[in-house]
Design a protein. Structure first.
Length: 375
């Protein structure tokens, strides 16, 4: 179907559903901007997406991207299920869970997966629920991302095994961003929560990244900070402890139960209590420094407490891949492509249904980033 006809169908559907809405025109304009947004800057896309308040309109946009063969997915790729840390908030701190979490993806499988799905990805995040730098062929995965034209490739790591040299190699291979996990600002909290971590080593890596950013000015550093009752207050001293922190994106994630772990205070009460004195001022400081801050709003925190969400966007845009799973349980990357599977299972119809039928709330226990406001 020609793209203009698809666009006309989309506009007609959106108009039928939203003709009485005053915000329709604004949202529609934002959708059009979104379609033509600079795909290289994923955070601009998140910002635009967070400005479109209507989930239905976003879903219609996704349906449009789907049918036009455009990229709209975020691929979250764990090529190895292992970690050298035993962070207290993570399931790797649980012996039983460690024994059942294992696997290494053969490079040949990674190649097949890339061939069948990477052309529809807007972002490739390597490392999601494990430590990717333990995977010997990490550079190969980055190269596959570049080969299939994924506009944004990010590596999420605890950073322990990274060196200035290895990071430079990954950047040359196509890496756009490194995301470092950091669960404490001070040495005491960092090493207490990130078991096997070393604060001095982390600081040296930060210094190496300062140098790397001089060589590669477009390379981005993101920090993921999981907030809990014991580390949220010290966020207030982030820029005192790290005055030259070369961070481009700071993500503050509330603690969530993602499996059995040594740390078991999952209450977000303290985070709500510190919101106006710590989280909000930090967001403002980030804004002043030109840093993108991805943080939950107070409403997001309340929604997490209820463990229910009506978020349907991530149902269609969040694709998880590991040595033991690939996107959907019945997706076989040996024989399927994203397009053949979608045709067989009516994915486009599912998106349209989600956009037009009444929304149902469902249980969640994992944070997905599009839930957060981006500042
Ligand atoms: S949080 Fe990350 S670094 Fe820490 S144990 Fe879990 S996977 Fe490893």
């Amino acid at each position: 179907m020609p793209h203009t006809r698809v666009l006309a169908v989309f506009l007609r559907l959106a108009h039928m559903r939203y003709r009485k809405s005053r915000l329709f025109c604004i949202n529609l304009h934002l959708c059009v901007i979104f379609i033509f947004a600079d795909m290289k800057n994923i955070y601009n896309i998140y910002k635009l997406a967070s400005r479109i308040k209507s989930q239905r309109l976003k879903l219609l946009g996704i349906a449009l991207f789907h049918i036009m063969g455009r990229r709209y997915a975020g691929i979250f790729f764990d090529p190895i299920l292992a970690c050298n840390f035993r962070c207290k908030m993570c399931y790797f701190s649980n012996k039983k869970k460690r024994q059942t979490t294992s696997g290494i993806m053969p490079v040949a499988d990674a190649e097949l997966i890339a061939k069948s799905m990477f052309h529809r990805a807007l972002k490739l995040q390597i490392g999601c629920g494990a430590e990717p730098t333990l995977y010997r062929d990490i550079e190969k995965i980055i190269r596959l991302g570049r080969q299939y034209g994924i506009p944004y490739i990010s590596l999420t790591t605890n950073g322990y095994l990274l060196t200035k040299e290895s990071l430079c190699r990954y950047i040359e291979a196509g890496l756009n961003e490194v995301t470092l996990s950091m669960h404490g600002v001070t040495k005491t909290t960092y090493e207490m929560l990130m078991v096997n971590g070393n604060y001095e080593k982390f600081r040296s890596l930060i210094n190496a990244i300062i140098e790397i950013k001089r060589l590669y000015p477009h390379f981005k550093l993101r920090i993921n900070y999981t907030m809990n009752a014991d580390n949220v207050e010290e966020l207030a001293s982030m820029f005192e402890c790290f005055p030259d922190l070369p961070v481009d994106v700071l993500q503050l994630r509330p603690i969530q139960k993602i499996g059995d772990s040594e740390y078991n205070n999952f209450s977000t009460d303290k985070l709500t209590e510190c919101y106006d004195t710590v989280i909000s001022p930090l967001q403002k400081e980030c804004e002043k420094r030109g840093i993108t801050c991805i943080a939950p709003s107070k409403e997001n925190l309340a929604a997490l407490d209820s463990s229910e969400t009506d978020d349907m966007i991530s149902e269609f845009t969040y694709w998880y891949i590991s040595p033991s799973s690939c996107w959907k349980a019945d997706y076989d990357f040996h024989t399927d492509t994203f397009e053949s599977y979608s045709r067989k299972h009516g994915v486009w119809r599912q998106i349209i249904k989600a956009a037009l039928l009444p929304t149902r709330k469902h249980k969640v226990n994992v944070t997905r980033k599009m839930n957060y406001s981006v500042k």
